[in-house]
Design a protein around this ligand. Sequence first.
Ligand code: SIN
Length: 515
Amino acid sequence: MTNTDILIIGSGLAGCIAALTAADKGKNVTIITKTKELLSGNTPWAQGGIIFKGIEDSPEKLKKDIMTAGDGHCWEPAVEQLCEMGPHLVKKLLIDRFHVDFDKKNDDELHLTAEGAHSAPRIIHSKDKTGLTIHKSVIDAVENHPNITILREHTAIDLLTLSHHSTNSLDIYKKPACFGAYIINNETCKVFPIYAKNTILATGGLGQIYLHSTNPSEATGDGIAMAWRAGARCFNLEYIQFHPTTFYGERSRFLISEAVRGEGGVLIDKSGSQFMPKFHELGSLAPRDIVARSIHQTMLDTGHPCVYLDISFKEKNWIKDRFPTIYEQCSKFGIDITQEPIPVVPSEHYSCGGVGVSLKGRTSLQRLYAVGEVSCTGVHGANRLASTSLLECVVWGYVAGENAAENDEEDNAYFPDIFDWQEESQYMDPALLAQDWLTIKNTMWNYVGLVRTRQRMMRAFTILRHLQTEVEHFYQKATMNRSMIELRNGIQTAIAVTLATIESKVSRGAHFIKD
Ligand code: SIN
């Protein structure tokens, strides 16, 4: 058994900022990550940038853009917090403390770029690998902080709660609270509890429940599944954002940043015509949900399996310097973006919903916080504005780290005895595991995807419920390891998303019901 003041599950930008903030206040912080390195999750894949502030920009203008993109479903106080605190924290933490190498216009000025639905260029970036550059700088600080312990290759199985795990039956009368988590060491397969005064979920996205996603393999919806099982409130899960432009290859998808359109790139159909002006006055820079559905419609209209994104009319060396990652990735698939348009299609990208949190990052369970993509702050409403996600990680990582460090009352030091972990040993056939994942991915892609119908969503629920019974049965008996845990979380999260889509009767933002 291990004790810590603050347990952080996940090492993306939000988790790292929360860890540093709490550790700076003298708290013992333990970060666990299921991967080999802290540099994992969605953060290093974020290409475009992070909102800072434009020339003659203001928090009010940014707020208006976020609320318009969110299709009338954003939580105004959360948006205001992001717009007010965000640029200050970018300066204080990313620029002045971590010295992130953002691109410059000249010696004194940062380069500002635009993206879809922004009324002004206000996004700072590090070429087309902003998330990677930020994450590396922040990780450096985390690894060198004396109050932070890092457990790599450790996977959280479940949150410990008074109502589920205490051996004291009278704890059921207390307010529902979390006091840590069951963890498995991926290498030894030993399961052990970590007791924590406060726990922060920072597990990132859920993209792996879809057939095509921009998310890395570790984005299996772990945090939503754990929070759901623990009884924490989750909402807005129906708003799954599809990024309009991911590279279309027979077997591959990868992100083609919205910054390509921000820098002038245009969407064209197979005959070279710009189709976006037909759908929205902002053309290729319309909000993401609208662009994604317009691409889908154009693919149906033309009978072609993709559309194209063209930036090749810009100067060759400028393109290579501004978008080195995209240039290199596309080259591997035989596309020279300086000479020809890029074939693109929409893919799952971001969960606008998640574990509901307050302005301080607190969930509906005592002693449990959530930050980053796993959380739902209400900022994104029904459709996220580009380049808000890293900013949200910084703001809520900071406030949650601060609040958790201060949340140190007597009740937080209550750690009841828990039931012993039951080790099981049934062999897990990898063929079953692989097929179960395919069922989840195909079901979500075809029935709970970009365009939904009542029948599709209901069919998805039936398939997933049946599969969950099988997986749960298996989970109870199997040798515990990361793959089993991820599958159990993937199916739970897929069900949570599907239920949210069924319950949400109105088409709004990223939740589009055709019938
Ligand atoms: C992109 O570069 O288009 C992705 C960044 C984001 O989702 O905000």
